[in-house]
Write a protein that binds this ligand. Structure first.
Ligand SMILES: [Zn+2]
Length: 245
């Protein structure tokens, strides 16, 4: 009796093809996971503690590179939220501007539980912000302090123009040292894009120095190599974050 394919029991007949399709699917998923690792849960203490400050900065740079390519890591924000509800182990504290176009987690493709964020116009430093950063590093274990300014910052322009408006006046006063310290050959005007950015960059440098100067807690952690303080400027047009030397 010839054994023809139709005489095979039904499930067996299709099994080889199903197996091969399933294998291909698994392979594709594995490959996808290796190039864009999906992270269902938030950063754990073990994962965070295993990273050096430089490794955390590298993750931020890679995330910004993905953002610039129009890509993002597969992630489940709800799962990250639920996983971190009972405890958070952020890797960094970010001080950035309130500007709507410079949301730190988004432009570095980071998730829930990854970073502490303090946002204030002009990313200026004050005692409450330094206290927040001290909490983030000395109590909660973050290893990087990133001061993130950006191009075409309205707070920098306002400070250049010496805007006076309610409590904003006092905030903009905190940018004046950066204006005084900026060496720029050319028009010193809020209309001059390059000048505004030069002041913005200096403002980041001075903020990093100010945090270091005013916080013995952070100075000691940095001297012990446990944390790193770094400045960066986000370019609104290119979407690139330039980390300052
Ligand atoms: Zn700004």
């Amino acid at each position: 009796m010839p054994l023809s394919a139709p005489s095979l029991p039904h499930p067996l007949k299709y099994l080889p093809m199903k197996l091969s399709r399933a294998f291909t699917l698994v392979l594709v998923l594995l490959l996808a996971a290796s190039s864009h690792p999906a992270r269902a849960a938030a950063l754990t203490r073990e994962q965070r503690d295993a990273m050096t400050p430089d490794a955390i900065i590298a993750v931020m740079k890679e995330g910004n590179a993905r953002f610039r390519r129009g890509e993002r890591k597969e992630r489940n924000f709800l799962a990250e939220q639920q996983a971190s509800a009972q405890g958070q182990y952020p890797a960094a504290v970010i001080l950035s501007c309130m500007d709507s176009r410079a949301p730190a987690e988004t432009i570095m493709d980071l998730g829930i539980g990854d970073t502490f964020n303090t946002r204030v116009a002009g990313n200026v430093v004050n005692d409450d912000i330094i206290g927040s950063i001290e909490y983030g590093c000395a109590v909660a274990g973050a290893k990087v302090v990133l001061v993130l300014g950006h191009t075409a910052c309205g707070a920098i322009k306002g400070a250049i123009d010496q805007v006076k408006l309610g409590s904003l006046t006092g905030l903009l006063d905190k940018v004046q040292p950066a204006i005084a310290a900026t060496h720029y050959d050319g028009e010193h005007s809020s209309k001059n894009y390059a000048y505004v950015n030069a002041v913005g960059r200096k403002n980041v440098e001075l903020a990093v120095a100010e945090i270091r100067k005013r916080s013995a807690v952070l100075r000691e952690l940095e001297a012990a190599g446990k944390i790193k303080l770094v400045g960066a400027v986000y370019n609104l047009e290119t979407a690139e974050i330039e980390f300052l030397p």
